[in-house]
Design a binder for this molecule. Structure first.
Ligand SMILES: [Zn+2]
Length: 241
């Protein structure tokens, strides 16, 4: 296989950058779908819950095809993958994604968002019981495990109450942005969370969609779980068509 030209590699980088945030964007949407389904499950609207389960499964399937595309594009970027004579780029990407899928097959059930959907809907009416087919050890994480630290080590505020939460990219410890900028503004120093030795500077403080999603989940859990707003929104949408 001929090595990819510099132009092709640049194009691959651009394409990958465009799609690399989609999986987490999809996660946020799946979270909303899950909350909606919890509300509907509570009122035993089985038909709508089933429709939302399908939507969640499809989104997990999309996450899977994005994963494969990102992996194939990364190989183009590093020059490992390029079209042979007479082969288009679309063809080589397609056949590579098929190979990758065969090497490491994943189903929607392997995706956190879809697992969380099934678990959340089950818990509405079967809290504390194992789901059919579930083992004691695959109990999905609790809200305690959602975030790496409960309080910003600098402002001491609860992480779900922060005005502008950011986290350190490697250890995922969460800070109030303003305090973190002051603290790490001078350059590299250790994460301020006790026991964490990761080196942090302002450039690795991020507010990504994973952080947004986890803090939303935490806030909602602390408020005492499901509220009916999502079900009302869903019903309102339904009435319009
Ligand atoms: Zn840390």
């Amino acid at each position: 296989m001929a090595p990819a030209s510099a132009n092709v590699r640049r194009a691959a980088i651009g394409a990958r950058k465009k799609i690399e945030n989609f999986p987490t964007e999809l996660d946020l949407t799946m979270q909303f779908v899950k909350w909606t389904a919890e509300s509907l499950e509570a009122v035993h609207d089985e038909e709508k819950v089933a429709a939302l389960r399908e939507a969640s499964r499809e989104m997990a399937g999309l996450q899977e095809s994005l994963r494969l595309h990102v992996a194939a594009l990364s190989e183009v970027e590093i020059g490992r993958l390029a079209p042979n004579e007479g082969q288009t780029f679309a063809e080589v990407l397609h056949s590579r994604t098929m190979e990758l899928a065969a090497q490491d097959p994943r189903t929607p059930e392997d995706y956190e968002g879809f697992k969380a959907f099934n678990k959340a809907v089950w818990d509405v009416n079967h809290k504390g019981e194992l789901m059919p087919g579930e083992e004691e050890e695959d109990i999905v994480m609790t809200s305690k495990d959602l975030v790496a630290n409960a309080h910003c080590p600098l402002s001491m505020k609860a992480v779900e109450e922060l005005d502008e939460p950011v986290c350190a990219r490697d250890c995922r410890h969460i800070y109030e942005a303003m305090n973190a900028r002051d603290y790490f503004g001078q350059g590299l120093r250790s994460c301020a969370v006790a026991g964490c030795n990761k080196q942090v500077n302002v450039s690795v403080l991020v507010s990504d969609s994973r952080l947004v999603r986890d803090l939303q989940e935490l806030k909602r859990n602390k408020r005492g779980g499901r509220h009916t707003q999502h079900a009302e929104d869903y019903t309102a949408l339904d009435d319009e068509d």
